[in-house]
Ligand binder design. Sequence first.
Ligand code: HMG
Ligand code: MG
Length: 309
Amino acid sequence: MIDFITIVEVGPRDGLQNEANTLPATSRIELIDRLANCGVPVIEAGSFVSPGWVPQMDGTGEVLAGINPLPGTRYPVLVPNMKGFELASEAGATEIALFTAASESFSQRNTNCSIAESIARLAPVAEQARAAGMRVRGYVSCVLGCPYEGDIESSDVVSVCEQLASIGCDEISLGDTIGAGTAAEASALVKDVMSVVAADRLAVHFHDTYGQALANILACLDAGIETVDSSVAGLGGCPYAKGASGNVATEDVVYMLRGLGLETGINLHRLAETGDWISKQLRRANNSRAGVALLNKTNQQGVPEDEIE
Ligand code: HMG
Ligand code: MG
């Protein structure tokens, strides 16, 4: 294992896109700035998708215009098609994330097209983004199960990853969209995918529906994964995967990594405060076990000395 793990914070996009309370741009901006000030290296700032499909992400242009970008911090945005890419470019985005699925039914419900159509739609977007010097991430949803089709063959995931790599994705994130996967399956899958895409170009993206996310991440780290997606306070779910819980909480991942001696560059105390703040903004429970425990401890004992700045 290497000693630095890159956390990709997806709360302001994957988290907020599925919250019942839609936040105004000002709160989305504050969330992103707070996360950056915790030392989070990559923050997915929002998406340029159809507002009819995902109204929570309307106004992402305003969000990008309002944040105070920190030098060295990356702020990618999700786009589904050329129109989204054009809007993202006009709004000053410097990095994009594209998405497709390993399940035909999910692709249809999420983007109204087949997997092959989505790749054909995304190829020119990736090409233009790269020509503009942007880094391009590609997501694959439903890598360990689909809400409509059940089990997914790992060969289908490998094939989609190969296609995303061939259209120019610098990094590919493997999404367990419904959070049904277990550690042995996750480990076997990433090893299969590593036969076509190098480990340092892969990320894992676990939702915590069955409480398996941390175990899955640990198994994937053992398999050589260096990039982990997570969401502060465990925000979110998936609009097209009923019952799916939010992404694994960033606080929980950072706490686990710290215990393994792995660095993230993130101030955990500040992150726990951010998780508490956003949960209050959304009037929902804080879904980070580590975040809640750390704040309770701080209330009793004060801020730990190594986290005072
Ligand atoms: P469609 O209805 O087939 O598209 O949707 P269309 O081209 O016919 O357009 C319909 C309307 O949307 C038109 O407007 C377009 O202009 C507009 P109208 O003429 O009716 O007024 N439109 C747009 N507006 C703003 N931005 C755009 C855009 N494109 C079209 N980019 C479409 C196809 C892809 C647009 C739609 O299905 C869509 O936006 N889907 C996005 C769904 C989404 O955001 N899902 C969540 C993200 S994926 C995810 O969460 C999984 C992930 O986290 C990994 C994991 O967990 O597995 C990444
Ligand atoms: Mg997701």
